[in-house]
Design a protein around this ligand. Structure first.
Ligand code: HEM
Length: 221
């Protein structure tokens, strides 16, 4: 395969982590709905839903540590940390593009490079998801799995109702996130470009860039 006009943005460990995680989340969401709404839903028997939810939950937790070890071990975790000096202006620019510029055919204000692959709002969202929301979901899930065993910790955090509310709220946040995430992923130079890149690792690189981005990344010119 010829990769002349392409840049390698998603290394194999990231792609493997991502698709196991996405697939795991879909199963967790379906079984989660069944567990939460057992009285009105009949997707599968409640006990089976709980068993599948627990196994897949632990697989997603294990997979998360592969992500964490890869990103921290390689030092690439930097790509997740926003530059606070330019964050606000870049985020506003990007949101204007998503809400308006994209539909007029304007160039994407963010130029993707392997060292700077996320645009500003994406970076902030992914950082919150990977370092705050996902760990909170995993910890609350483990507590709900063995309530008696973790009773002391559960009490310190305000009791089982608090833990359950956190887990369910995050469940709704992640479910909504997947819709927004998939929609935004269709806004590449073709609707499937970003999806393909998450399989092959390579992103096409013939977009137009605005002057500010070219000044920051002269190799784009
Ligand atoms: C059907 C489910 C999903 C699909 C189709 C999907 C699709 C994609 C695509 C196309 C990308 C590359 C473009 C981009 O960065 O936006 C991506 C990246 C990413 N996705 Fe997803 N995604 C799914 C579920 C999830 C879930 C459940 C999470 C987290 C809870 C997630 C977290 C991420 C993160 C953190 C990245 C950036 C990864 C990196 O390059 O380090 N995705 N996703």
């Amino acid at each position: 395969m010829n990769h002349d006009n392409q840049i390698y943005v998603h290394p194999a460990p990231v792609r493997i982590w991502h698709w196991i995680n996405a697939f795991g989340f879909i199963i967790l969401i379906f079984t989660g709905f069944q567990i939460r709404y057992a009285d009105i839903l009949n997707l599968l028997p409640l006990q089976n839903a709980i068993t599948v939810h627990n196994y897949v939950g632990f697989a997603v937790i294990f997979n998360y540590f592969l992500w964490l070890i890869y990103y921290i071990g390689s030092g690439k975790i930097r790509i997740y940390i926003p530059d606070l000096r330019t964050f606000v202006s870049k985020a506003i620019k990007q949101m204007k593009y998503y809400g308006y510029g994209y539909f007029k055919g304007d160039p994407n204000p963010h130029a993707m490079t392997p060292e700077n692959k996320f645009n500003a709002p994406q970076q902030k969202a992914y950082l919150a998801i990977m370092l705050i929301l996902l760990p909170a979901q995993m910890i609350s899930g483990v507590f709900l799995w063995k309530i008696k065993g973790y009773q002391d910790y559960i009490n310190i955090l305000g009791g089982i109702k608090v833990i359950d509310t956190i887990h369910v709220l995050l469940f709704f946040i992640f479910t909504s996130f997947i819709f927004v995430h998939c929609y935004l992923a269709t806004l590449g130079h073709t609707p499937t470009a970003h999806f393909k890149a998450m399989f092959t690792g390579f992103e096409d690189h013939h977009e137009e860039h605005d002057e500010e981005e070219i000044l920051e990344n002269p190799q784009l010119n």
